[in-house]
Design a protein around this ligand. Structure first.
Ligand code: ADP
Ligand code: MG
Length: 266
């Protein structure tokens, strides 16, 4: 590996997620290769790199949407401790996805139920976890609509009547309502206008910091990483070329590829 690793190893804290030697190829095309890193509770890590560098492949393998060819993804499960999620049976994996984990899609349509009201979209996860009291569920849904700046008069409206930015905010509320410990996001602001992006990023930042959720965020946009992430992993052709604290990597990039990425946006 030719990585310039400046990763800081925090004390004796146990990682929430420990990724080792993750590799995935599509026939002869490399998706990602020999990816290893740890993620700590409450930490936000951004995976950056240009299109085709393997970011989505890595995220899909981490979040259990794709089976890698090699490697392990060990998660500190609340009930049974560190467990390679790749060995979980399908019902266990789905339970994890409904409780401790969340996935924010780039396209909110992939993460929302378009024929269900906004309030219903938010209430679904608490109900899946056993909430039954209609009034409580509705109150919680409305509390989250407020947090993501959606007017309460829209509670019973379907998300298909919402703007792209509102849909994305609704998707985020739908995931965060159950206070997951780990959320995966693939280009969460990718499909939005620049003016809408900035506001959404501010909001997202406040919410994730507030809850203390750990996030694996995929973005090709270094300004998104700058705003949200504690640490950055730079990928190129399926490999990690550089990793470190966000400010270090962006202000003082060591690898020529990272230098190129940074200089192209300044
Ligand atoms: P990124 O998210 O950084 O744009 P991807 O993970 O989507 O990168 O792609 C990494 C590499 O894997 C690219 O060369 C891409 O063409 C290839 N790839 C991604 N998905 C598939 C697929 N389903 N079938 C074949 N090749 C794929
Ligand atoms: Mg991608």
């Amino acid at each position: 590996m030719n990585a310039v690793s400046r990763q800081i190893r925090p004390g004796r804290r146990q990682p929430l997620l420990s990724v080792s030697h993750l590799t995935k190829a599509y026939g002869r095309t490399l998706g990602c290769e020999d990816i290893s890193f740890d993620l700590f509770p409450g930490e936000i890590i951004a995976i950056v790199g240009e299109s085709g560098s393997g970011k989505s492949t890595l995220l899909n393998c981490l979040s259990g949407q794709m089976v890698p060819d090699k490697g392990s993804v060990v998660y500190a499960m609340q009930d049974k401790g560190p467990t390679d999620v790749l060995t979980l049976k399908e019902p266990e994996r789905r339970r994890l996805m409904r409780t401790d984990w969340g996935l924010v899609h780039q396209n909110p349509r992939d993460g929302l139920r378009m024929a269900v009201s906004a309030g219903g979209n938010i209430g679904e996860r608490p109900m899946g976890l056993g909430a039954r009291h209609y009034g409580d569920i509705r109150n919680e849904a409305q509390d989250w609509l407020t947090q993501v700046e959606i007017d309460l008069s829209r509670t019973d409206h379907h998300p298909k009547t919402f703007s792209g930015g509102m849909q994305q905010r609704l998707q985020i509320a739908r995931i965060l309502v159950t206070r997951p410990r780990l959320v995966f996001m693939d280009e969460p602001t990718g499909g939005l206008d620049v003016s809408v992006q900035a506001r959404l990023l501010d909001l997202l930042r406040g919410l994730v910091m507030n809850i203390g959720v750990a996030v694996v965020l995929v973005t090709h946009d270094l300004s998104v990483a700058r705003l949200l992430a504690h640490r950055i992993i730079v990928m190129r052709r399926g490999n990690i070329v550089e990793t470190g604290l966000t400010d270090q990597v962006l202000d003082d990039p060591h690898h020529p590829y990272t230098q190129l990425l940074v200089s192209s946006v300044l």
